[in-house]
Design a protein around this ligand. Sequence first.
Ligand code: SF4
Ligand code: SF4
Length: 483
Amino acid sequence: MQKIPVQQLSAEDIDSRVYNLYEKREKIFTRSIEGFFQRIRLYTGWPLLLGYFLLPWLNLDGRQAVLFDLPARKFYVLWMTFWPQDFVLLGWLLAIAAFGLFFVTTLWGRVWCGYTCPQTVWTAVFMWAEQMAEGERNQRIKLDKVPSVLTPKGWNKAGINKTWRRLFKHGMWLGFAALTGITFIGYFYGIRELVSDALLWQLPLVAVAWTVFFTLATYINAGWMREQVCIYMCPYARFQSVMFDRDTLVISYDAARGEQRGARKRSTDYKAQGLGDCIDCTLCVQVCPTGIDIRNGLQYQCIGCAACVDACDDIMQKMGYASGLISYTTENKLAGGSWTWKRPKLVAYGVVMLVMSLLFALVLWNRVPMSIEVMRDRGALFQELSDGRIENIFRLRIINMDNQAHEFDIAINGLEGASMVPDQAVLVSSGEIHDLLLRVQVDPAQLSHFNQGFSFSVSSRDGALNDETESRFIGPSTPVSRP
Ligand code: SF4
Ligand code: SF4
């Protein structure tokens, strides 16, 4: 582009060169499409939706199977109960999920976005509701142009039709969004309690506020913002290209085959006219939920939903041409090469994911659903008893994270001749945090050091659980003189 010194520009020139960085959103009226990949999207979307809505209603061992009980700081996932002490496991899980996503993205591109991302799945439901209320693409475009109910000329009949259709649409959107919000909060509050408390008007304000928040978030994201969430808000859309290489599966238009694009009669020899296979019907653009033209090349806005593939395959079939003008392919394949899995990045992601998953399974398998903590009494370092023995006081906390009650024996290791008061087994029920005041008494002659390390070991009588924690026993720094 030719550079012109700013002094030489007229006011009109400057005006015409000002670009608005905040482009107004162009409305997208997506045409519905059926086809092989859209059926796969149904098979991935439905289980996700059903899983999300039904899982909180599933009960196991007399409680909600999946419940994140924040006030009690306990997370129930099927048969397991996780405590804040287990947060390291959550860290592992997130790291595995991240590497899983890197691996899948390097291999299959944006398959997550197109088939399983909640934004895509929920938007598909909202688009279906929109089509129910307002009709197919052409009807929606027409309806959008209809003026409002009350015009300067009076009441507008077409506007009334538009209004009730819009009300119907937004009613469905809000209903589904409310269902989503209630279910989401049900994972934290308990779905049955949430519904019964709501029916009895006893729901705490905070639960109401969060339910309303998630309802509105769903309504706005899936109903109003749709592709803008993918294009402007989702960080994954921006950084996923880092994981792409020339063998990553992407949706691509075969320009060598499709160009020169142009309309033609089905029966004509289009090749003789210098035309390619693309009949320029723009159907691939009309079905695209992000409103892009894939014929312009790979774009970060493409969520890999394959709607354009199904649309174009349908056209190709009608024209009697081979399918695959738009298809899942790789840059290497388009350039005439072949696909290979032997790529350092792909192998590295796969190996890291596999190793981390195995270690995670191992940690989970060996996880002991109990925890003990010991604290020294802050009142005094030690006290001398009437019989000359030294006493230290400890607070022992036993947390039973198992799904059943256990009777625990407590023992002292590493303190010769030590006794403990009380010295009896304690019963700790499932999920209970049991605090115990323990007086440990030792003959000072048995102490090898005035600040001697030792440990408490706690084991359940059925042998299922045991744990150990260290502490220090403090005695006088000079030997105690006996009477
Ligand atoms: S759907 Fe296929 S034929 Fe129609 S414009 Fe798109 S690429 Fe060309
Ligand atoms: S270009 Fe094709 S695959 Fe990409 S978002 Fe649009 S319709 Fe979906």
